[in-house]
Design a protein around this ligand. Structure first.
Ligand SMILES: C[S@@+](CC[C@H](N)C(=O)[O-])C[C@H]1O[C@@H](n2cnc3c(N)ncnc32)[C@H](O)[C@@H]1O
Length: 391
């Protein structure tokens, strides 16, 4: 195995427990290494194992440290160990193995490996060169662990950063999902990312708990940016009488099937629309809702876009508060990594001042336990969800 020597900046990063290194964190050039080559990194009193990609632009991460090592390691056995550990972690929690994020990249020890499991399939996404050469081996590890068939679904954009080839899209079946005892069905042609947004599972569970404890459950709610309806179905499961589901995507079939699957027929309606326009129309018609659930896509893909993301949230939150009935509940969520919990909370508070609505914060939420983080400032931390009583 090739041994690399850290430069001063690399030593400083490793000392502060950083695991992502750039080209200038090494002594000399890294250009003679191969894309995805597994190497050892010498540190004054330890050796680390990781993989490198010399093709990556100098400003981005080219080396991922996986762990401290006594010496050379067989990459495939290390991959297998990490997958087994991640699986055991999910096994601890009732219901997770029925459907969850089975492997969450660097948080589970292998940057670039994302795996979700469903009732009838696993979907695998591979974004780093260090593991791309083990695609088939990784697939069979998941096949045999879960006794389900695994499908590789590449994200062309993520892979382009590592100059990885684009393979022909595998034919993924329609998938069936179980989360928090609710059932979902999803046609493969409308499937987004790796299939289902398990990241809000604990927050949706909390919403259902909260609604069950109310003496007056909301009579009408709206699930904004609904996808296949996981937030709205959670509300229907705990007493909310009727939900509108709004998304710009083609999810009419999913919403109607998922209402049926859970015994909520006649209690939901799908609107294919831009959420901002939908809200404007409802405001114009003086409509109000007792429960508003907002879970938009990420509004910033880089730190440069943070200002515009915050402006987007302000616009959205103000419109939501205009539609909130007296004594209603509003749930504001965000999956924008570049907007912190504090910034998101402040954004909601400012919207409430502008709309002159008094809010009581009743729940603060983060991502589910199958998206592990060790700290709120962790790079893998991105989900925020806040529930409010609106006076
Ligand atoms: C983060 S996903 C929502 C996940 C969903 N709430 C769930 O829990 O499964 C964002 C969704 O917003 C939709 N979307 C993005 N921009 C939109 C817009 N301007 N109006 C309506 N839907 C939008 C996407 O189609 C996608 O389904």
């Amino acid at each position: 195995m090739r041994q690399l020597t850290l430069s001063k900046s690399g030593i400083a990063k490793v000392k502060s427990h950083m695991t992502e290194l750039k080209a200038n964190d090494f002594e000399g050039s890294i250009k003679s290494s191969h894309p995805g080559e597994w190497c050892l990194v010498k540190f004054p009193d330890a050796v680390y194992i990781g993989f490198i990609n010399p093709l990556v632009d100098d400003q981005y991460t080219c080396f991922y440290i996986l762990e401290e090592s006594q010496g050379e390691v067989n990459p495939l056995s290390l991959i297998k160990d990490k997958i087994t550990q991640a699986y055991a972690k999910r096994e601890q929690i009732k219901g997770y193995l029925d459907g969850c994020r089975l492997f969450y990249g660097a948080s589970d020890g292998i940057p670039g490996l994302i795996v979700d499991t469903f009732e009838n399939a696993n979907i695998i996404q591979i974004n780093t060169a260090g593991i791309d050469k083990y695609r088939e081996e990784i697939r069979s590890i998941f096949d045999s662990l879960t006794k389900k068939k695994s499908y590789l679904l590449d994200n062309v954009q993520y892979r382009a950063k590592e100059f990885l080839p684009t393979f022909e899209r595998e034919s993924v079946p329609d998938i069936t999902i179980c989360e928090n005892n609710l059932k979902y069905s999803l046609r493969s042609e409308v499937l987004q990312k790796v299939g289902f947004y398990y990241d809000h599972r604990e927050n949706r569970n909390q919403l259902a708990n909260l609604l069950r404890r109310l003496n007056h459950t909301p009579s009408n709610g709206v699930d904004l940016f609904s996808y296949i309806g996981a937030w709205g179905m959670s509300a229907l499961s705990s007493g909310c009488q009727k939900m509108d589901f709004v998304d710009q995507g083609d999810f009419k079939t999913e919403i109607s099937t998922n209402l049926k699957l859970n015994g909520f027929e006649g209690r939901g309606e799908f609107y294919r629309a831009d959420v901002f326009k939908f809200l404007d129309e409802r405001i114009k018609d003086n409509r109000t809702y007792d429960l508003i659930l907002s879970d938009p896509p990420a509004f910033a893909k880089s730190l440069n876009q943070k200002k515009q993301a915050l402006e987007g949230y302000s616009k959205l939150h103000r419109k939501v508060l205009k539609l909130a009935a007296k004594n209603s509940i509003c749930v504001f969520s965000s999956c924008t990594h570049y907007v912190s919990h504090e910034e998101f909370l402040k954004n909601i508070q400012e919207a409430s001042f502008k709309e002159e609505r008094k809010l009581q914060l009743v729940y603060t939420g983060m991502q589910g336990w199958d998206h592990p983080v060790s700290n709120l400032s962790d790079k893998s931390n991105y989900i925020k969800s806040y529930f409010y009583f609106v006076e």
